[in-house]
Design a protein around this ligand. Structure first.
Ligand code: ATP
Length: 303
């Protein structure tokens, strides 16, 4: 699989502080939506700023489109769109007038302005000034600016911060359609797992400057399935525990019910038969799947 963006052993330290980034090896696959997930202060913005050259790199390498950022900075930035922190917009100007400013800076064809306005759903904002836009509209205009040069890679730092649920859905649908229709690779940071879960194809989880997990969303979901448990509710917990011991299964008491790591299907059936044959009533055998939140917390807490 080709990576559109790779960092190797990226490290960073702010003045008189401990390391903010420790050997970040990030790999963003081409055409993916890569969710860069981590709690506040984890190092997301610092990483994205270094990738875009907004913060001076101290150690490690960044390569984008197979080129080294150090030697091909301008060529890389020409093909990259970004929105880091809040968008810099002219509040007295309309959406179109804002875009005109950036169009003349980027030197891109005027037709692109209409295209990004339509894509971000701002084509009917007319004479309304950006200063009167809702937060969601401002974010969308920021994304429209970032898309103006038809980038191959779009880098967004927490674009849904501060938005209401409706605004969050709008941005999510917008990003999905940009990825689908234009094939744009999107690197997006967030501290909200449910948001990344609904949007991303790949994810990297960062905590205290370390990348704790990186892979496809499906790998993360597999991790969830592997760590699933069964909850057994029987009429005789004590005897059930000793039967389970024969199967070398450890149990955890959950107020009279027993939690066990999920055995294979045949083993579940055998245990059930054994319990019933000993006259123990089985009230419930229930799958207890960890949600992603638990996986995330386990990763962060080093379990
Ligand atoms: P958030 O979601 O809160 O923005 P983040 O994951 O983007 O978090 P960063 O902003 O990258 O985190 O911060 C990582 C660490 O570096 C934090 O401990 C932060 O306090 C520190 N830091 C960030 N910028 C600076 C700076 N300019 N000077 C000193 N320390 C900084």
């Amino acid at each position: 699989m080709g990576y559109i963006l790779e960092t190797s052993n990226l490290c960073h330290r702010f003045h008189h502080q401990g390391p903010a980034l420790k050997n970040i090896n990030m790999q963003v696959p081409e055409n993916s939506i890569y969710g860069f997930l981590g709690p506040n202060g984890a190092g997301k913005t610092t990483t994205l700023k270094i990738i875009l050259g907004l913060l001076k790199k101290q150690a490690g390498t960044v390569s984008v489109f197979g080129k080294s950022f150090d030697s091909d900075r301008i060529a890389i930035l020409r093909q990259t769109g970004s929105l880091i922190e809040s968008p810099s917009l002219y509040s007295q100007l309309t959406a179109m007038e804002n875009l005109k400013v950036f169009q003349s800076i980027f030197q891109c064809p005027p037709a692109y302005m209409q295209e990004v306005l339509k894509l971000t759903g701002l084509n009917d904002t007319g004479r309304k000034q950006a200063g009167q836009f809702s937060l969601g509209m401002k974010q969308r205009l920021g994304i429209a600016v970032a898309l103006l040069n038809r980038p191959t890679l779009l880098v967004l730092d927490e674009p849904t911060n501060g938005l209401d649920p409706n605004g969050i859905i709008e941005i999510r649908e917008l990003l999905k359609s940009i990825n689908r229709e234009k094939g744009t690779t999107i690197l997006i940071s967030s501290h909200l797992l449910p948001e990344i879960e609904k949007l991303a194809t790949h994810t990297g989880i960062i905590h205290k400057g370390e990348l704790l997990f990186q892979g496809g969303m499906d790998e993360l979901l597999l991790k969830r399935n592997q760590s699933s448990h069964l909850l057994l509710d029987t009429s005789n917990a004590e005897r059930t525990i000793s039967i389970l011991k024969e199967y070398k299964i450890d149990t955890k008491d959950e107020s009279g019910k027993l939690l066990i790591p999920t055995p294979d299907r045949e083993c579940i059936a055998a245990i059930n038969q054994r319990l019933v044959s000993e006259g123990i009533s089985v009230y419930a055998i229930q799958h207890m799947q960890h949600n992603l939140e638990t996986i995330f917390m386990n990763l962060i807490n080093g379990n």
